[in-house]
Design a protein around this ligand. Structure first.
Ligand SMILES: NC(=O)c1ccc[n+]([C@@H]2O[C@H](COP(=O)([O-])OP(=O)(O)OC[C@H]3O[C@@H](n4cnc5c(N)ncnc54)[C@H](OP(=O)(O)O)[C@@H]3O)[C@@H](O)[C@H]2O)c1
Length: 319
């Protein structure tokens, strides 16, 4: 028997795909929203058996369609997010502030549950447009719908991420790698499956009106992460601490790329540790501690970045 209908905005991303798979496995029906069904239809369709997923195309400014979708479903999850701005439509303010504000308002009107994914450690980053827009989005949600639950994850990793996979690709190509802020910034990386455990728990245990910080079991610095990745892909590279002036110059150059490796805004954000603030409850405190250890999880897919790529035989090694 199909349980409830869950509407997911930003369903085609890393967290979205894991979320769909978990929900349909547990007999929920998913309505996955994307801006482009031609581009994302295949990815979305292959996450769920027939009959468990509907794919809908909608733009974030299409209020009529968004309101109708919310009214037709039981629970709404917002996973829409960007790391850099692009054009007039895809700005931090529109995506991270106005869109969550709108969904929370519609969820209030339609009396629906709302789970919003924001990000960890934004509060101190007052010089980052990304952080300000996400914080503003959180505030608007709290004003419109205090019953909503906001999850604030540290960096999320998996074989589908843009973090470990991208770092491993770059580390494989260049002989050295810059260490921004001497690589001292701390993270608590959380595996995507662990984050989905939390989302699922919040949904099924009907946890409302909470802000929860979601972190993995370890605190690891950027330098340690890079060293772990290098070790996992059997590569030796020089890690060079980059003075801020040159870091800024490199970010200015990188942000000219269509998919920037680093922007000046991200560089500013990187200054602040991405760890528990103590201001909100953590996932451990609500009874869902993360179990997955960074090295052990990345080991399962890092063979693709080793010598021989996908044909590297270490994938057959016992984990
Ligand atoms: N990944 C992390 O490490 C991490 C850490 C902390 C917080 N978060 C937050 O968690 C949420 C989900 O993360 P994720 O890693 O799954 O992100 P993702 O892989 O980048 O996916 C985000 C989705 O948002 C949609 N999207 C992107 N730009 C949009 C725009 N301008 N208008 C409307 N939709 C847009 C895209 O869907 P379509 O292209 O199909 O429309 C995309 O699939 C985001 O809010 C992110 O900020 C992520």
């Amino acid at each position: 028997m199909i349980r409830k209908k869950v509407l997911i905005f930003g369903a085609s991303g890393q967290i979205g795909k894991y979320c769909i798979r978990r929900l349909v496995k547990n007999n929920f029906r998913v309505v996955a929203v994307t801006r482009n069904t031609h581009q994302k239809g295949y990815i979305l369709k292959t996450q769920a058996p027939i009959g468990f997923i509907d794919i809908v195309e909608a733009q974030i400014d299409d209020d009529v369609k968004i309101k109708r979708l919310i009214s037709e479903n039981d629970i709404c999850i917002n996973l829409v997010g960007i790391l850099y701005e692009k054009g007039k439509k895809s700005t931090f303010k529109k995506v991270h502030t106005h869109f969550p504000e709108k969904i929370s308002k519609f969820c209030k009107e339609e009396k629906k549950n709302f789970i919003h994914i924001s990000a960890l450690a934004l509060e101190k980053a007052k010089d980052s447009k990304y952080a300000i827009s996400k914080i503003e989005g959180e505030k608007k949600i709290r004003e419109n719908l205090p019953e909503a639950t906001i999850l604030k994850p540290s960096i999320v990793y998996s074989v589908d991420d843009n973090f470990t996979t991208r770092f491993m690709s770059i580390l494989g190509l260049i002989p050295f790698f810059p260490l921004y802020y001497s690589g001292k910034t701390k993270f608590m990386p959380i595996h995507c499956t662990d984050l989905i455990d939390i989302i699922f728990y919040v949904m099924t245990k009907k946890i409302n009106s909470q802000i929860i910080e979601c972190v993995g079991p370890e605190i690891i610095s950027l330098e340690q992460i890079l060293k772990k990745l290098l070790n996992l892909i059997d590569k030796k590279r020089v890690l060079i601490p980059l003075p801020l002036f040159f870091a800024n110059l490199s970010a200015q150059f990188f942000q000219l790329m269509p998919k920037p490796l680093l922007t000046q805004d991200q560089l500013r954000l990187l200054k602040y540790d991405n760890i528990l603030s103590g201001k909100y409850k953590s996932n451990s405190e609500i009874g869902i501690p993360s179990k997955r250890i960074f090295d052990q999880e990345v080991k399962k897919y890092c063979y693709m970045w080793k010598e021989g790529g996908e044909f590297n035989t270490s994938k057959y090694d016992p984990q």
